[in-house]
Design a protein around this ligand. Sequence first.
Ligand code: SF4
Length: 456
Amino acid sequence: MSLSVLDIFKIGIGPSSSHTMGPMNAARRFVGDLVSADILAKTSRVGVQLYGSLALTGRGHCTDLAVLLGLEGHAPDSLDPGTVEPTLLRIRTSRRLRLGGTQEIDFDEPLDVLWHRDQILPGHSNGMRFTALAADGTIIAREEYYSTGGGFVARADELDVTEANPHTVVLPHPFESARELLERARATGLDLHELVLANEDAFRPRAETISALNQIWSVMQSCIERGFQAQGILPGVLKVRRRAPKLFRQLTEASSPSPMVAMDWVNAYALAVNEENAAGGRVVTAPTNGAAGIIPAVLTYYRRFEPGSSDDGVLRFLLVGSAIGMLYKKNASISGAEMGCQGEVGVACSMAAGGLVAALNGTNEQIENAAEIGMEHNLGLTCDPIAGLVQIPCIERNAMGAVKAINASRLAMRGDGTHKVTLDQVIATMRQTGEDMSSVYKETSQGGLAVNVPEC
Ligand code: SF4
């Protein structure tokens, strides 16, 4: 069983892949199961219970609205962000919900969505339980799901196997570790992007893969553009003002560019994406929403500032970046609730560093070196979002992660790929560090900046 590049890069909506997209997917899946079991028409009430990190930071991460939208049958990739507010207003004022878009039921949100902040389901900190009841109060269906980061969702029995490897496709070049990936590339004489593309051929025709990757790149660029044009204050109690539009204006109007102008633009690209994410806009999960700005920022830097950059380079970047993301997903986790921010911004930085080297036609060994550097200097990075919002430190952290990724690629490109710490070793270290990290630093808003900075 295997992962695809389209599992790592997904078109979705903000602000969180684990706390917004995952719960939306889980709610939609639960309703789909009611349809499959032919009991949707018998369902007259649905109860949702949220546990652990989902309950602790879910309000700031919009988990409640995601669940409501998922119960109505919406999916993150097709949902028009502009319809979110009117849909929620209808549900909340009418106290009626259209289960699966068709079965209208009473829905009393304070009673039907319960937040268990002091309880954790056994499989993962991001647990959910959905219950369907008939008109006489009989329970006709109940299921628990876990949101494991990056929009992935699993039932308890799927956690160890299916969730990390959602497809049963047989790949020509399977790999479980960076060492295996490099060995297979060496044995076949393939560049890493060629190897990954050959694997993708097992999922779908090549033209569809290329088209999907171009679409992902296009959504990333649109997100930056929207972030530059939008104005005002981001949603939530912090009243954070968007910075990307002003920075864009300053950089565009500057008469004498600073020697650090490329870095200024990288900051602007990352801020633009993550401000859009914080506002619930359309983003590419890469590999999570909290870290969604790093790869678009580094890719846009590549296209604008690297001589000889090309559309083919963008494809190489995305293919190789996804392979690096798969290694973290398979051997550790990309969930802030499990790993802290090293699992989100750290992983995106590592993916972007390796992806940039691929775009610049570096060797397979230099790619592995860059990806390792990208994570090594994010080890221990905690997750402590103030007020549970994906804003502080998240937005600015993406700018820092993007700059760090470019620097990691530059360090790697100056060497020949030989180095002391391997990517596999740093992934294992990240996992162990995440396991050792206190839960207050793992997307619970119970430590760090979240408790030392007043919310308003
Ligand atoms: S601190 Fe990092 S992991 Fe936590 S919500 Fe923000 S971006 Fe995600």
